[in-house]
Design a protein. Sequence first.
Length: 369
Amino acid sequence: MNESRSGTTQRMSNVLRVEEDPHTDPYAGDDLDTPFFPEEAAEYIAELQPQIDEVSPRIQRVRDEIAQAIVGQHNLIDSLLIGLLTNSHVLLEGVPGLAKTATVNALASCIAAKFQRVQFTPDLLPADVLGTMIYNPRTQEYTTKFGPIFCNILLADEINRCPPKVQSALLEAMQEHQVTLGDKTYKLEDPFLVLATENPVEQEGTYPLPEAQVDRFMLKVFIDYPTAEEELQILEFIANKKAKTELEVVITPKQIKTVRQLVEWIYLSDQVKQYIVNLVIASRHPGKVSKKLAELIRYGASPRATINLTLACRAQAFLQGRAYVIPDDVKAVAPGILGHRILTTYEADAENMTSYDIVDALLKKVPVP
């Protein structure tokens, strides 16, 4: 950060066109009275918080609008919003009928995004997703036929049903946000998100995603069954036709890019940064925190986990309406980010310990600032 904090905040204020009300104090309360804020950081937070207060209700309106069509699934909705605010990809896993596709469709409707859905099947080809070059014998020229990946939100439905060559074709698009067709490279839309679903029940005719592909997803979210109260509400929605079929546009992709700039400036203290690094290092060298965990972890999380934890905890703080990150934000996003990046040993399998159980153990073992 080459410019002063006050100058940076003033620049962001100009970008977002936020007018501060001199008669209100957005810092009233105990939230800002935390032990790890030096004086300079407290001033920076005090300048940034009014902009958070101005912009965060827009994202809350997205939540409220999705709730008009989707019952419950708050963790799923928040995970999708984190992916949206960080321009990152999300992998959803759950049995059929848990509104995975409907939630993604609702999100796209609320943000006026260009949405494409691809049903991944064993006979799918890379050209069906990316596009291809078509030869015209009349003109003796090649023309480019763009595939459905040229959109803001791509729903890769049942991504584990397509062969590895199609899964690999997504790597460049997910990492570089570009697609190469022939001898030309084309930039994808901004924002661009791949929201993929998996069905954990059926294994016949599926191709498990390689680790390199899974690592491209910031979050992997397991979707559970609704509660009894939510199930009754779903029944009433269907019986009384209360669910909205057409949702209102709450925010545009251009506005999302502006909000994303603000999220990037949310304050992250050195103590929280060190906590993030300690969590990731503990997954690679678990013997330093617990001899038992050393027997359960085969490979720890990659540096991409450190980057994604930093991005996601800032977005989590924004969703809570704060201009600063606290350790609880890191704990909230850690399972979805670390769980699919930690590989377990045979001993863990024998004890029915999943990678997510190991993440919970790491969160208990690693000291919190």
